[in-house]
Write a protein that binds this ligand. Sequence first.
Ligand code: ADP
Ligand code: ZN
Ligand code: ZN
Length: 813
Amino acid sequence: MYFINVILPIPITKTFTYSITEDEAHFLQKGMRVAVPFGKSKIYTALVFEIHQNPPLVYEAKDIHQILDEKPIVNESQLKHWEWIADYYMCSLGDVYRASLPSAFLLESETIIYKNESFSDEEILKDDAFLIFEALQQQSQLTVNQIADILQKKTVLPVINELIKKSAIIIKEEIYEVYKPKLIKYVRLHQDYAADDSLGKLLEELSKAKKQREAVLTFFQLSTSKKPIKAKDLEKKADISSSILKALVDKDIFEFYHIKTDRIQFKGDTNELKKLNEFQEKALAEIKESFKEKDVTLLHGITSSGKTEVYTKLIQDVLDEGKQVLFLLPEIALTTQIITRLQVYFGNQISVFHSKYSMNERVEVWSNVLENKPKARIILGARSSVFLPFSNLGLIVVDEEHETSYKQFEPSPRYNARDAAIVLAKIHNAKILLGSATPSIESYFNAEQKKYGFVELNRRFGNIQLPKIELIDIKVKQKKKEMSGHFSDRLLKLIQEALDLKEQVILFQNRRGFSPVVECKTCGVSPQCPNCDVSLTYHKFSQELRCHYCSYQRAMPNSCGACGSATLNTKGFGTEQIELELKELFPDFKIGRMDLDTTRGKFGYQKIIGAFEAREIDVLVGTQMLSKGLDFDNVSLVGILNADSMLNYPDFRAHERAYQMMVQVSGRSGRFKEQGNVGIQTFNPYHQILQQVSTTNYLEMYKEQLQDRWQFEYPPFFRVIKITLKHKDYIKVDNGIDWLAKSLQNSFGKHVLGPTAPAVARIRNQFIKNLVIKIPPKQSLQKTKKQILKIKDTFESVKEFRPIRFILDVDAY
Ligand code: ADP
Ligand code: ZN
Ligand code: ZN
């Protein structure tokens, strides 16, 4: 009698036992996949976790359907890591399994399958595969279960896997648009004529070619703007045909180039690493020294100090040892820039991994990492790449380690990728470098406690000074009537000055839409979302009211729904309103906007960032997306429209976050030539955080925040575990949370906070209640979690409470 325990991709805590034959027992290894029946008619792809000879006690083990792999696709280190995640974040191994594997590896009975429209090699398909393919000609989609019916057998996953491998079919959620960067052709002078006095010489040479002469003259006219010159613009302005330009290129007077291809696509040649300056050299040496004693080191390097170049040296060393590197980024969509920069040095050794990539790309990266292939030596990825099958990891870099996007809130596992990466590094005996200009309080604290090594980099590259930050008191400006819309005269002046110098401007407003709230002047009622307890946001461009929680939308009404009067008024302001005001204030300049509404689609960000890099946009208005590690070479002013909204936020991290956000977005200013400017508008210029931002005094911010954390018993001193209940019946949630609060208080006394309703107490018609458990430094985390799980079990055994969703979030911040 042989058995296997398997992990199923569902949220049950225990592994499940199936029976296997002796042959199967000899063939199977931990980490291989098997197709198994579950419940009445479900098929799941399960993962072998243990092979043994002990029959389960409480149920009869079913047979497996079949074995899906010839060798393990998940390795031992990964399983160790998964176990840590499941244990630490209080979730099931199944949750981690499902989050880790590309969905193509997880076929189950309900998975929906489509024909790949671009597939035409039908003759390579045999028997069953051909039958399925034919069935998909008749029906646009089939589930795995339906396919089993068609083939009249249970063992269909291998056939489906074969079809996926041959690209004959695709599975749901894998239909992504493919981004083709728009190739814009630009013109520049051939280097033989790059000197300033070349115009005279050229005109002489071309004295007989009237049209060509005209083209050159116009080129020099246009080039006073310092912007790249598009071929199309030159043709139009000089009133010449494209063949004239072509002739000039043939004569080696002009040359064509494409900005987007240059910046986004890797062309094949790699460059030498940059030579570090003395400060970077020193930081590098200190990091290496620190790694001798400590596995984790924090690099606190101010914005534009050249942290990325320091990383590249460390990466090179690890590659030379033949080991793998994981480079974690907060949000891949925003970081094409870094990808491009690293590709220039490391070329094809880099693979990018992201949950938004297509199924085939993800499967490919997975296999390449598993087999330790040369093209997957460096993995660049967002948080989910900590789950890849590394076998030989030498270094992890966590860039912008303070970023909230490292934390996954939904669905389970609710992990923090930075922390999960620290554990991953430990499992591999690898080193891990956390980098940031504005470290999280907890990482800085760990460095101060000597748990982590610590290295500083305090100079901007090229010795450019940090931007000059000016606080603009808009209370005073309003009194003196020096505001135009949401702009103070001072900020407008700074914008005008930058634009006059042909430099670019970034304006930050941490709210999208036109204005957050619409309110009736007569009766004071605001239109609400029918599904959530929140006011709708007015979007002027589309003349709509939208909910930012559930994406409900409807047309902007003409009159108040409550009292009928036509006195609807808008309050507050968002990015869209700023964009419109700017267009009126600066009609001769191109204004762009980057927020959730303008960046939908896989490549939304790249398009806007690309246009800004190509200087097709003069002023870019955006939300916090703009604060994430972007490197623009012509931005000399950053404006923050309203700092106060970030400060008045009911969260123990609000001040830390506000500081990080403002310093990071300010850091986009003046990175290349000379000191940049930052203008911050506020009603409250004496707020301590704004004072600390204006002097970039991280240490003072840190000390003050740490004091508060100590006093109010928050991390890094106390740990917090958050419990959330959700259900569509308010009474149920309310009763549930009261019961839970009482039982938890019995165990943890005053360290249970709540119950509270969150600021938005109903989302998508689900009512929400929270409890927070604080764990003092000396209290055992293990025991606390055990006790919480015990209480959860009891809770779930009460019939009335069973339908309530119970969510556990460890380190819920
Ligand atoms: P950070 O990540 O610290 O904000 P970056 O690594 O983006 O800083 O560096 C800022 C800019 O300075 C980048 O454009 C980068 O190419 C340039 N830079 C940094 N170090 C060097 C170096 N040693 N040689 C040449 N250019 C450098
Ligand atoms: Zn809603
Ligand atoms: Zn009204």
